[in-house]
Design a binder for this molecule. Sequence first.
Ligand code: NDP
Ligand code: ZN
Length: 176
Amino acid sequence: MNPDLVLVLDAAAFAAEKHRRQRRKDAEATPYINHPLVLATILAREGGVADADVIAAALLHDTVEDTETTPAELEVRFGTRVAGMVAEVTDDKLLPKAERKQLQIAHAPGKSHGAKLVKLADKIANLRDLAVSPPADWDQARKADYVRWAGEVVAGLRGTNPALEAAFDAAAAAII
Ligand code: NDP
Ligand code: ZN
């Protein structure tokens, strides 16, 4: 038994179940689970990340924010470290959206190494989606606003993983 493989597969299955009724915002309404799977793949393949807790946190990163999943549920099933990283990348949905966006910028530098990796992969994945399968109703100006904001978040994550930071820059350059 390989505990890292079991953890990662369990996180993938848990996230698939939690996101089963959700779709991305692109014209084809891609199943939501594709997005966390993309983050995990970016981390492993492009970021050289071999820490199974970080890969699991990437798979779970939107479960608390976007489904009825609780932090306690993640802690029991995946442990304190994975649950902690997910909590670090979860926005407080009680706050107005503009404030949440500002807080992502302000809080980025103080996050743990693992949470920074997950955030980098999330922003890379979303910029790549913007380039090839953007939200159906976004014009160029809206995309440019998003790229600018993502760049401000990533500015606070730099010094974490050069390959991922370069991948972010390339994804941003492909849009603007
Ligand atoms: P967001 O800017 O939050 O939408 C982007 C998010 O949607 C991404 O971070 C990603 O989050 C998710 N997503 C789902 N599908 C895709 C996809 N195909 N491509 C890229 N991202 C995808 O949009 P909201 O509608 O929630 O608006 C929030 C903010 O935008 C507000 O602060 C508002 O003020 C501002 N706004 C700006 C406008 C403008 O023209 N500049 C117009 C209207 C609002 P995840 O990884 O979590 O799934
Ligand atoms: Zn995400």
